[in-house]
Ligand binder design. Structure first.
Ligand code: PLP
Length: 409
């Protein structure tokens, strides 16, 4: 038997599983079939409320929509966050129906001319990733005849300790090296563009509050240094984010109250009138709100082990199978979401794809799951469907449902 991560407290461990006041089976009936992603907006709203009360005033919250760009979710979250962060022209098309262009910022290397043109024309802020991209953006803006909103993304000489994905402190396709960033800001200012400030993102999926506190302090210091060198006060300093969620056994949720208190102390150390600060989050806001529901199609025994073969797998939820940027495969929390319950047994939950990689849970202890019962894979709200190889093997796409959102007037 192998351990698995803890089921988020928002759901509890009851069989049948309840999501936003209804059973998993009812949501499946509502959506029509499995596989199904259910996103519980009450969980997302609670995360946002917790962020607001933990963080000092003057700190904005941005949603990095690549974590989950499901349109009903974007519509529901838009009024609750200050900005959307996007990373492609496609995400811009998804974001613009829900958020003012001036509240959208566009980061990511390799922005094509057509993407820059569309974003600059719409009034979206471009986080420039290189001196060359800044020059191209200025040229395009002149051609289009608008004053572009340009922020400078910095490749910081800082790394977020313990983060699942380090984005700083090394040679990088992301951002302009810290020692060249002020010069690019000066070029932008000299060209008469609307310089929006600094964007400094040092890493992702960090759980240790001490590491996040240390990184935020260093990020603020770096921003101060750069602003001095640029000779201008930034309207916005985007401090990055990187708040993680506890996927695996033994991991603890991030203590964001401690982070907020420390950030408040740092921000009050000097006069920052005229500068706003932002934290951009994806995973922490939406990751725990998602449950991926699959149905058991077959139960089989092989060489002393039991397999529950379900109708969903890595083509929809790659991360749970350990194939999205993890070194060691560990079990996400899973549960039998419907059924009679009964004595526990050790089983592996596998999907329908013809590859041994398609394993949603490896030798976990679950109540008996019979053919037709539902299996829930938790922590499926971020980097699930859109981070999975849906075309692989030609299975049908999953359904998605946002539940618990305020009803639109
Ligand atoms: C992906 C990304 C995020 C979101 O990261 P999470 O770990 O989901 O919070 C934020 N900012 C930038 C620049 C990103 O690339």
């Amino acid at each position: 038997m192998k351990p698995m991560g803890a089921i988020p407290a928002d759901f509890g461990m009851t069989t049948p599983l309840q999501i936003a006041g209804q059973t998993a089976a009812e949501w499946v009936a509502n959506a029509g079939d499995t596989p199904l992603f259910v996103y519980d907006f009450t969980v997302i709203a609670a995360r946002i409320a917790r962020f607001r009360s933990a963080m000092p005033t003057g700190v904005d919250l941005h949603y990095a929509i690549k974590a989950n760009p499901f349109a009903p979710l974007l519509a529901a979250i838009a009024p609750l966050v200050n900005g959307f962060d996007i990373a492609s022209a496609g995400e811009m098309d998804m974001a613009l129906p829900h958020k003012l262009a001036t509240a959208i910022s566009f980061a990511g290397p390799g922005k094509r001319d057509d993407a820059l043109t569309a974003a600059i024309s719409a009034g979206v802020t471009i986080n420039v990733e290189s001196a060359n991209e800044a020059a191209r953006a200025l040229d395009i803006a002149e051609r289009v005849g608008v004053t572009p909103r340009l922020a400078v993304r910095v490749n910081p000489d800082i790394e977020l300790r313990g983060s699942g994905m380090r984005m700083g402190g090394r040679a990088s396709p992301f951002g302009i090296d810290a020692d060249e960033a002020a010069a690019v800001a000066r070029t932008i200012l000299a060209a008469g563009a609307d310089w929006r400030g600094w964007h400094i993102f040092a890493g992702s999926q960090a759980l240790d509050p001490a590491a996040i506190i240390e990184t935020q302090a260093a990020t603020l210091e770096l921003a101060d240094r750069l602003s001095e060198a640029a000779g201008a006060q930034p309207p916005l300093v985007n401090l990055g984010g990187g708040f993680g969620i506890p996927y695996f056994p033994g991991e603890q949720p991030v203590d964001i109250e401690a982070i907020g208190a420390a950030l408040g102390d740092r921000l009050s150390e000097r006069d920052r009138t005229g500068t706003r600060h932002a934290i951009e989050l994806g995973r922490w806001l939406v990751g725990e709100a998602g449950v991926y529901l699959t149905r058991i199609i077959d139960r089989k025994h092989s060489r002393g082990e039991t397999f529950l073969v379900v109708d969903g797998g890595l083509h929809h939820q790659l991360a749970a199978t350990g194939n999205l940027g993890t070194v060691v495969r560990r079990n996400y929390p899973v549960a039998i979401a419907s059924g009679a319950g009964g004595a526990t047994e050790t089983v592996s939950v596998v999907g329908p794809l013809c590859t041994p990689l398609d394993r949603l849970a490896d030798r976990v202890l679950l109540p008996e799951g019979r053919v037709g019962d539902l299996v829930a894979v938790f922590m499926a709200g971020a980097y699930g469907l859109t981070a999975s190889p849906t075309a692989f093997l030609g299975h049908a796409p999953p359904r998605e449902l946002l539940v618990g959102a305020p009803v639109e007037p």
